[in-house]
Design a protein around this ligand. Structure first.
Ligand SMILES: Nc1ncnc2c1ncn2[C@@H]1O[C@H](COP(=O)(O)OP(=O)(O)O)[C@@H](O)[C@H]1O
Ligand SMILES: [Mg+2]
Length: 252
């Protein structure tokens, strides 16, 4: 579904993303992990059209999308969440999501359709579907759900979810991981999930890619990656045992 080749982004003389290559299959839940500053959000910005790449290619269902602007990429069927949610704080939860449905799709829905699609997206993330409450009344977990609902309301084929768990407690994180896996299962949406907390992510993803200093240092199934020497060295350290145990306890 998505083929990334030789993707590179330089900011001045600094290379944030260096010749990254990977593929994503239809319906796959792929984890993108790596230390802070390793280039994860930049890769999302390059795919979503927020930033143009310095070099490289991004094929989405056979179409070259690198360098396209963000609204066109959204209309192609790619939605992303932002690490820091910035809803329209004084609008209602429902209106925030309906706006995404209205502007984020190539075929613009009617007002009624947009609100119906918003309702569906809110149900998927477990927020009250008729919520007239203002967005600025939400706590950290609620804001993350709203961010996800806004992306889903554009009815994407590919969802890029950026570090959606920061600020959540452990039970909330597990819940969020199950929610993403559930959305993939129910909607058949392909998902790339950037998450800093590797144990939580490794419990549900099909495959993951590990970045360090803008380069892919490992890619594979969670059990492979959790035992990879380089990954343990640069990323897991003393947490390696815990992450390996989490992966070993997976049922799927
Ligand atoms: N717009 C930008 N201008 C300059 N440097 C940037 C910009 N965006 C990101 N960077 C730098 O690129 C590197 C990768 O950042 P980022 O992709 O946000 O990392 P991650 O999401 O993995 O934490 C960091 O060193 C960051 O400071
Ligand atoms: Mg980031």
């Amino acid at each position: 579904m998505l083929t990334v080749t030789d993707l590179t982004k330089q900011f001045g003389g600094f290379t944030a993303v260096n010749r990254v290559a990977f593929e994503l299959q239809e319906g796959e839940l792929l984890g993108l992990i790596g230390p802070n500053g390793s280039g994860k959000s930049t890769i999302f910005n390059l795919i979503a059209g927020t930033l143009p790449p310095t070099a490289g290619s991004i094929l989405f269902r056979g179409r070259e999308i690198s360098g396209q602007n963000a609204s066109r990429v959204a209309h192609f069927g790619i939605a992303r969440t932002f690490q820091i949610p910035r809803p329209f704080r004084r609008l209602s939860i429902q209106e925030n999501v309906a706006l995404a449905a209205y502007y984020g799709q190539e075929a613009r829905p009617s007002r009624e359709q947009a609100f119906a699609q918003a309702k569906e997206a809110l149900e998927l993330v477990g927020l009250p579907a008729d919520s007239a409450a203002r967005a600025d009344g939400l706590g950290a977990a609620g804001l993350k759900k709203l961010e996800l609902a806004r992306a889903l309301a554009t009815r994407p084929q590919l969802l890029l979810a950026d570090e959606s768990l920061g600020g959540l407690d452990h039970a909330e994180m597990d819940q969020a991981a199950d929610m993403l896996a559930g959305i993939r299962d129910k909607r058949g949406i392909s998902i790339i999930w950037v998450e800093h907390i590797m144990g939580v992510l490794m419990r549900v993803v099909d495959r993951c890619i590990v970045l360090d200093h803008g380069e892919v240092i490992a890619a594979g199934r969670p059990d492979e990656v959790a035992h990879d020497r380089k990954v343990i060295e640069v990323y897991l350290g003393t947490d390696a045992g815990d992450v390996q145990a989490t992966v070993a306890a997976r049922t799927g």
